[in-house]
Design a protein around this ligand. Sequence first.
Ligand code: PEP
Ligand code: MG
Length: 547
Amino acid sequence: MLEYHGKSVYGGIASGKIHIIKKNEQQIVRHKIEDCDKETERFEAAKTQAQNQLSELYDKAKTEVGETSAAIFEIHQMMLDDDDYLNSVKNIITEQNVNAEYAVGVTADNFAEIFSSMDDAYMKERASDVKDVSERIIRILTNSDSEKDVSDEPVIILADDLAPSETVQLDKNLVLSFVTVHGSINSHTAILARTMNIPALIGVNVALSDELEGKTAIVDGFSGVLYIDPDEETLSKMQKRNDEEFEKQRLLQELKGKENITKDGTSVLVYANIGNVRDLIYVLENDAEGIGLFRSEFIYLENSTYPSEDEQFHIYKTAAETMAGKRVIIRTLDIGADKQAEYFNLDREENPAMGLRAIRLCLTNPDIFKTQLRAIYRASKYGKLAVMYPMITSLDEIKKIKMISAEVRSELDRKNIPYNVIEEGIMIETPAATIISDLLAKEVDFFSIGTNDLSQYTMAIDRQNPKLDEFFNPHHEAVLRMIETVCRNAHKENIWVGICGELGADLNLTEWFLKIGIDELSVSPPCVLPLRNKIRSLNLSAATTCY
Ligand code: PEP
Ligand code: MG
């Protein structure tokens, strides 16, 4: 038995076979070939195989996510029929006597450069498509053709690191646990593991050798241990721990349908955080009273091009209808930093966490922003939707947002498209927003404190950097004081205030949050019932404990 220790980002026990996901390290080597005709045939065969894969992917995506999202695979197929592209590859093979992988790589780079330099936004987007489709052919040519599909049985994913865009491509039904060599506790992959209620470890120093593929393993998310080829004693110890957990979960189920109220009558809203409509099932299963944070950028990350207004409308409508009159807060696009979608073609930045992200990106690209707002407003007719804006730092941003949102409503009015007047709130996740929260509170309907980013910016600790974990204090006095200030300023202007960062689920702080008057806590779905349990055990008038 091999034993590796790491940090747990979510508890629970998982046992199953290991599946390794390696980074796509497509190192294309240029070498001379003797027979150009044979090499061209090799390319042709790979191209046909890629086309077959794309047609299968199109059919799969059409049934799973709809025609609009599936269309990208059609575009990719069309690219593989493009004479300019094909002639370029064949020409490089024959003129330079080089291997097909190299010819495809060079063609991809050249075409991507041409597309990127075009003025037309649609054509610009094709740059990432031509690279994507070329990588598919190169994978086939080099026999490293592995989609991000896991396998056909549920497995423990072992990876160096997983970007949010990679994680969203995984079939969640086939993932028992995530174990990564790198990664950090507040990364979005960690948040995803919490949403899915599966054990996850980071910082596990295991060499990702091919021999581990398919081996039996156990992930102990409580103690942060990965066991490979576990012995009998470990197996029975883990089984016991699993049974205890099962019993705990069963007891928690008894809290379903009960109020989130302390013994002495203080109640608080307990909402859930989601990343897409598939997470709605976890919200219902865990009996959350609403959705406090719908991270809408995951819709963009799951797509290979901008999701259309209609596509987004259907997603928000589904969320509104499923929650049947309960509040659903859609956070507008918070792309940038660790959440990158290639088709945005964003420049590389020295400090992406402080770069052109979230609301800044929306305000500089009003068309993208307006498409999303139109979809949200149209869906507002189907339930109780609210909208909130991320990464706010100034009143000026609020002014601009209000202008754009008013334009969207006027457009809908002109076209006689019905919508509801919805609450508009902001995330408080920068120290600037905290300090001017008295002014911001006069302008919006609610605040939701994003403690993940607020902590990162307050302590100047990159939430993605695991080496800084020892300096990270989630209960830092500065962050807690900020939360208290924001809460006080919100209430002075009679608006409500919630917490949607991970700190909202910290049971050591629940009592304090309730004492300072936080109105709502929005947490990963599996944290809803443990939080309810905690709230119902509290007696605020008797208790003296603070954080
Ligand atoms: C936060 O920053 O606390 C937050 C909830 O947003 P995200 O984690 O998506 O950045
Ligand atoms: Mg944030």
